[in-house]
Design a binder for this molecule. Structure first.
Ligand SMILES: [Zn+2]
Length: 718
């Protein structure tokens, strides 16, 4: 007799609909070779509500009895998100429920904090995880702090609430030390408390965390979102020394933030963080400035994700060593008005620009730029473009899959008047689901659109550890550091980056443009950029998949992926959007998550020095001088490998062995150094030189844990 399998979800249809991602169910019979695969084709028709219960189900009828290995695959990412090795189908009807079978492993010190009473007798109501279908509460803090920055910024962020409904009772900070475990931070550890609008919170002249209601011991949240930025004195927290997430013997802070609030009932939730406190600032050559080219602020807000408020973003940018951030919120989110004013304008573009302008006025040391991540229509889902300095491009698709095609986007921008044009980069062109195909590049790089398309953001996110985890919705503690283990380590971690560099950039653009030079006599250059694609994610990234009670967890964080831009002659002046955009669109940049290695060239006897992004033209046969310099710190380790590439019409080859590094012995070039090399009578033309450098090479994957990749210098010797 056949079996009906009912796969039951956590929540009613309307609960899970906003989060639904296409999945395939796979049943592999234990005694047969072929698996049975079933796709949910139409969410509305195929998923059915359970009468009188807050759950819904998907039914697979007429399965042969037996034992199966059961898997659920996420069709977007290809991940098997559920693996059930033994599913017995014996009765006429079998129900399969998604339950949190996995209990997070907490250290003993954290375990004590989970009230045993609360565990035995579950409190009524459910404490929601970030981005679930009710209120979101999250806390975040930077993954590292510059040596020269003296504070630890922490944000407590509550969203999706009805103003007046939530009372915040307390925010407590505990710091961890090996001898004492978690101890509470004394009040004098707080340097400054800021409200959303930048006003300071004080009581009797001292910083105070809450704006208490009159005569009460709590603060009622009267805005949505409600948040508070708290700066702690960094040196009031005791640093630990050790290994985690691939870092070896580093100095870091471990602390937890506990937020207690009342919404019908009293709840508290704890967040555990680790923050590197290195003994050195980021390596910083003169006239070069760090930043992020792909980041999401809270103007990105949809059922899947939301970003970080701009003031906190500026605060964390300072802490991690950045001077600028191009904020790239989704065209979809910017196309959906939230206020009557935006309704009238038809989108959020003007209020987004205004919010960025206000954040810049408040934080003079950091330049935030309002850019856009445009979703263009391709097949059923979309493709992403980073749009800098262009008019607003909308995405009116109901699911955010793009309402304009690539051609339409490029036409729209190139037809816009005069100085209203900027430039575009392909966003993460190798990321699963968003891979750029030849046909996409063909449209973008069509000469008809001039120099609109200038390159590829090939370095996207830095994920060394990732896992899919089942956090219970009743979890009172979020501690990713207790969840990651060595099985979650990605080897190699830089597969996407390398493929992007070789297949998409070098083979698709750099080499062909050298060949075209011969025919046309002009050189079309394409550049690369780096971006974190962080959505707040100041310490780690956690994305929900509520239908299955799952979370995607990884160690990407804002600040880990950096673009370093050459911006000379700032002379203490505030950085300007125009000069930053100038550097980005002319390749005066390098990409790094650690060390800095760069070079410049000069035809012998000339005074002008040519830098990354430049083209040097000189008579063939002249000597060419190359000056290579490098900077690293113990946080990333000494440089262990250089790869200097020469690109010609015949292809790319490594020529690092031509350089005399004999002053630096044994495959270790130290934290700092420079070499000068003279190429005698240079004739190769047209060609380019570009550089990569690695530190902390993982022998198992033969890749650096940290690396630097420069844009090229082009050479025309005629
Ligand atoms: Zn993005």
């Amino acid at each position: 007799m056949p079996v009906n399998l009912k796969i039951k979800f956590n929540g009613s249809k309307s609960d899970i609909k906003p989060f639904w991602v296409p999945v395939a169910f796979e049943l592999q019979p234990k005694k047969a070779a072929r698996p049975i695969r079933v796709l949910v084709k139409d969410f509305e028709k195929d998923i059915k509500d359970e009468p009188r219960k807050r759950s819904c189900y998907f039914e697979i009828p007429n399965l042969p009895r037996g034992v199966y290995a059961f898997r659920v695959h996420d069709l977007y990412t290809g991940y098997p998100i559920i693996r059930e090795p033994n599913l017995e189908l014996k009765a006429r009807e079998v129900e399969y429920k998604f339950k949190p079978r996995f209990r997070p492993r907490f250290g003993p010190e954290v375990r004590e904090e989970i009230s045993p009473k609360a565990k035995k007798k579950p409190r009524p109501g459910v404490l929601k995880q970030p981005n679930t279908y009710a209120m979101d509460l999250t806390v975040d803090a930077p993954y590292r702090i510059e040596k020269s920055y003296h504070y630890l910024p922490v944000i407590v962020y509550i969203k999706d609430i009805t103003p007046g409904d939530v009372r915040i009772k307390s925010i407590d900070f505990d710091t961890y030390s090996e001898s004492e475990g978690y101890t509470s931070l004394p009040p004098e550890s707080i340097y400054k408390v800021l409200d959303r609008d930048g006003t300071k919170l004080e009581k009797d002249g001292l910083p105070f965390l809450l704006r208490l209601d009159l005569g009460k011991d709590y603060e009622t949240a009267t805005t949505d979102p409600w948040y508070r930025i708290i700066l702690l004195h960094k040196d009031k927290l005791k640093p630990l020394q050790g290994d985690y997430l691939g870092y070896k013997n580093v100095r870091y802070l471990q602390y937890q933030v506990k937020v207690t609030y009342r919404k019908l009932f009293e709840f508290s939730k704890q967040f555990v963080f680790r923050t590197l406190v290195p003994e050195f600032d980021l390596p910083r050559p003169e006239d070069w400035y760090y930043g992020d080219n792909h980041y999401h602020s809270d103007f990105t807000d949809n059922p899947y994700e939301y970003g970080g408020p701009l003031p906190m973003t500026a605060e964390v940018a300072k802490a991690v060593g950045f001077s600028w951030v191009t904020v790239t919120d989704h065209s979809y989110c910017l196309s959906h008005p939230k206020t009557p004013e935006e309704e009238e304008q038809g989108n959020r573009w003007l209020s987004y620009k205004k919010a960025v302008r206000e954040a810049n006025e408040r934080y003079k040391e950091i330049l935030l730029v309002a850019a856009e991540e445009v979703t263009v229509r391709r097949y059923t889902s979309g493709l992403h473009l980073l749009s800098f300095g262009n008019p607003f491009i909308e995405d009116k698709h109901p699911m955010g899959f793009g309402s304009l095609t690539m051609k339409e986007v490029f036409e729209r921008i190139s037809e816009s008047p005069g100085d209203n044009k900027g430039f575009l980069f392909a966003a993460h062109p190798v990321s699963e689901g968003y891979v750029w195909k030849e046909s996409d590049y063909k449209v973008a790089a069509d000469p008809e659109y001039g120099d609109l398309f200038v390159g590829l953001q090939v370095f996207n996110e830095r994920i060394l550890y990732k896992r899919i985890t089942q956090l219970s919705t009743e979890s009172y503690v979020v501690d990713p550091f207790a969840l990651f283990d060595e099985n979650d380590r990605q080897r190699p971690w830089s597969k996407e980056l390398q493929e992007g560099l070789r297949e998409h950039w070098v083979k698709r653009f750099l080499l062909p443009s050298l060949k075209q030079f011969g025919r046309k006599g002009s050189l079309k250059k394409y550049f690369i950029l780096a971006g974190s694609d962080a959505h707040m994610d100041f310490n780690y990234a956690l994305r929900p998949h509520p239908a299955f009670l799952l979370h995607y967890l990884n160690d990407n964080a804002f600040g880990k992926v950096r673009t370093l831009a050459y911006l000379p002659k700032q002379n203490g002046q505030t950085l300007r959007e125009q000069s930053l955009y100038g550097a980005l669109r002319t390749g005066k940049t390098l990409l790094t998550d650690g060390p800095v290695a760069l070079f410049c060239v000069r035809p012998e006897g000339e005074t002008k020095v040519y830098r990354l992004g430049d083209t040097v033209t000189f008579p063939a046969g002249k000597n060419l001088e190359l000056l290579l310099e490098w900077h690293s710190t113990p946080e990333f380790g000494p440089i262990e490998r250089f790869k200097l590439y020469l690109g010609t019409t015949k292809g790319e080859k490594k020529i690092s062995d031509q350089i005399d590094f004999s002053g630096f012995g044994g495959g270790n070039y130290g934290f700092q150094g420079q070499v000068k090399h003279v190429f005698p009578s240079w004739t190769e033309s047209p060609c380019y030189l570009r550089l990569e450098a690695d530190t902390t090479i993982d022998p198992d994957a033969d890749e650096g844990l940290f690396r630097c990749i420069t844009n090229p210098i082009w050479i025309v010797a005629e």
